[in-house]
Write a protein that binds this ligand. Structure first.
Ligand SMILES: [Zn+2]
Length: 276
């Protein structure tokens, strides 16, 4: 919830959502506030500037959980300041999370400038570092959860896309949920490749830019219009002879490479693809 304009009648899921919107609005408009009431049944806040009577009041609609802004009183005495105690590390972490997700090594000074640009607050480098640390923890936490969800995801694919091939492997003698490599192809892609594409397979790979790294290996075909056609992919910790061998043998096993159709492979001599 970003850049919400607070007006009388605006509704929120609950008091917590209103508090988030209020904090965001106050930071963007150089307003510091204090809560006169901050309860489940009502939230009233006023401007902290001495002599300013600006205040906002919200309460639930007919005793339900939906909160609504009932009144906004007074005219704010405008004091432009680039300091606001409401802009704490947690708030800033959410605002810069996408920038850090795109570039986890983004310099602190760049984040500081970005915060000034989008939040109208000039915070200390120490505060930026705290926000960056919190954002990174949030992002890495997400990655951990997503890797654990792979087992459920493959099971769902098995149930919903019969004929699809997915292999999820863990390192030998390890915890059951530690990820090592995954082979993944959808039945519809395999069928379309075998029925309508040329018997040419391009193999390529690239680094995955997450905190855990890894490699994405892919097999691509060419359809009758000479466009690229995805066949299957592998996510693995490293790219070497073992992973390429495993990938190609699983692929050939799936598309019947040892049968009547002979496939030609194209690659740019990836590490492990060529035997020494
Ligand atoms: Zn005010």
């Amino acid at each position: 919830m970003k850049n919400v304009n607070l007006v009388v009648g605006l509704k929120f899921r609950n008091a917590a959502q209103f508090r988030v919107a209020l904090r965001d609005w106050c930071i963007r408009h150089w307003v510091d506030i204090e809560f006169l009431r901050n309860e489940a049944a009502r939230v009233t806040a006023k401007c902290k500037v001495e002599g300013c009577e600006c205040r906002i009041h919200t309460s639930p609609i007919q005793g339900g959980s939906i909160f609504q802004i009932k009144t906004i009183k007074g005219k704010h005495t405008f004091v432009k300041t680039y300091e606001n105690r409401l802009a704490n590390a947690s708030y800033l972490a959410k605002r810069i999370e996408n920038a850090i997700r795109d570039n986890p090594t983004i310099p602190v000074q760049q984040l500081k400038n970005r915060i000034l640009s989008i939040c109208n607050v000039d915070v200390s480098r120490f505060m930026v570092m705290r926000a960056k640390k919190e954002a990174l923890e949030r992002i890495r936490g997400d990655d951990r959860k997503q890797y654990k969800l792979l087992w459920d995801y493959c099971e769902t694919v098995r149930n919903c896309n019969p004929g699809s091939k997915r292999i999820l492997k863990k390192p030998e003698n390890s915890d059951p949920l530690i990820f090592d490599r995954m082979y993944f192809s959808l039945h519809a892609l395999k069928k379309r490749f075998m029925e309508g594409c040329r018997p040419i397979i391009g193999l390529d790979g690239c680094f995955l830019k997450t905190v855990y790294g890894g490699q994405l290996l892919v097999a691509m075909g060419r359809d009758e219009n000479n466009n690229m056609f995805p066949i299957t992919m592998v996510v693995t910790q490293v790219e070497n002879k073992d992973t390429w061998d495993w990938f190609v043998s699983e692929l050939l096993d799936e598309i019947g490479g040892m049968g009547t159709t002979k496939y030609s492979f194209i690659s740019d001599t990836h590490k492990g693809l060529l035997r020494p």
